[in-house]
Design a protein around this ligand. Structure first.
Ligand code: CP
Ligand code: NVA
Length: 304
């Protein structure tokens, strides 16, 4: 069997995604079932950017399954001194059973997957963050049941990795994804194309109030993603009208949930009133990173 990577959700069918979600839910309900399922395996973790949730959930999930994870910052490997990504992929594949990587340039992730012989998991790139969206979909399934037909409104940077992966995941699972974003921050062409090809529903709005009307879920993310720091000033100005505050959140459905991949910048993209609202599920999303990491490992390494 050829190896399978997890670089974007584009390569996953509806059935496969639902299977991963069910596996994660099964594990969450009884973490003892896969105890030591990956005993003796090793996971390499290349992280070019900081991380709390992704790093710790991937490491903890590996440990829970009996595997050993090796965290590699640019300071720790020869990548930081100019060894090519291609050679690094070939070398690491001789030692580890799976590579997970957080990179600035999504192309480096593709190169790792192409030149390595072990599965590669995207731990966030400039373009996509599918591991986060897997946890988000699991959370929505727990809170709302069937995902098909749900309306999710993402308010903020419509061109970032989270918006792209939510649009793709939503299209695969038959959700209506709305993106409320300023002019100039629309999702990239390949994302729009994927949604269209998969008969998904993606609507771009420039008025956040209109976009959240009737939404089952209001989602936001930072205004300045890792790597976009040089644009901080213009972004803070452009996204100011797109803050998720109580007034905006209350325009969504009465039982709407608030979601955020975290880290949150309170009083920028979200106020504490919303982040700490009784219908905020941000820490469930964070917890579900662990359960979905387990599901991903089991699926990619054991074909579960
Ligand atoms: N949501 C998320 O990926 O968080 P970290 O950057 O802390 O990993
Ligand atoms: N869009 C954010 C997500 C952080 C988890 C970033 O890339 O920094």
């Amino acid at each position: 069997m050829s190896k399978k990577d997890f670089l974007t959700l584009k390569d996953f069918s509806r059935e496969e995604l639902l299977h991963l979600l069910n596996l994660a839910l099964e594990y969450k309900a009884d973490p003892s079932i896969y105890h030591d399922a990956l005993k003796g395996r090793t996971i390499g973790m290349i992280f070019e950017k900081p991380s709390t949730r992704t790093r710790v959930s991937l490491e903890a999930a590996a440990f829970r399954l009996g595997a050993h994870a090796i965290y590699l910052s640019p300071r720790d490997t020869q990548l930081g001194r100019g060894e090519s990504i291609e050679d690094t992929a070939r070398v690491l594949s001789r030692y580890v059973d799976l590579i997970t990587a957080r990179v600035f340039d999504h192309k480096n992730l593709e190169a790792l997957a192409r030149h390595g012989s072990v599965p590669v998991i995207n731990a966030l790139s400039d373009r996509f963050h599918p591991a986060q969206v897997l946890a988000d979909l699991m959370t929505l399934k727990e809170k709302k049941g069937d995902l098909e037909g749900l309306v999710l409104t993402f308010v903020g940077d419509g061109a970032n990795n989270m918006a792209a992966s939510l649009a793709i995941g939503g299209a695969i699972l038959g959700m209506e994804v709305r993106i409320a974003t300023p002019e100039g921050y629309q999702p990239a062409g390949d994302v729009l194309e994927f949604v269209e090809q998969n008969a998904g529903t993606l609507k771009v709005f420039h008025d956040p109030e209109e976009a959240v009307q009737g939404a089952d879920c209001v989602y936001t993310d930072v205004w300045v993603s890792m790597g976009d720091e040089s644009q901080k000033q213009e972004r803070m100005a452009a996204f100011k009208p797109f803050q998720v505050n109580l007034r905006l959140f209350e325009r969504a459905k009465d039982d709407a949930v608030f979601m955020h991949c975290l880290p949150a910048h309170r009083d920028q993209e979200v106020t504490s009133e919303v982040a700490d609202h009784t219908r905020s599920v941000i820490f469930d999303e964070a917890e579900n990173r662990l359960h979905t990491a387990v599901a991903l490992y089991l699926h990619l390494l054991l074909d579960r």
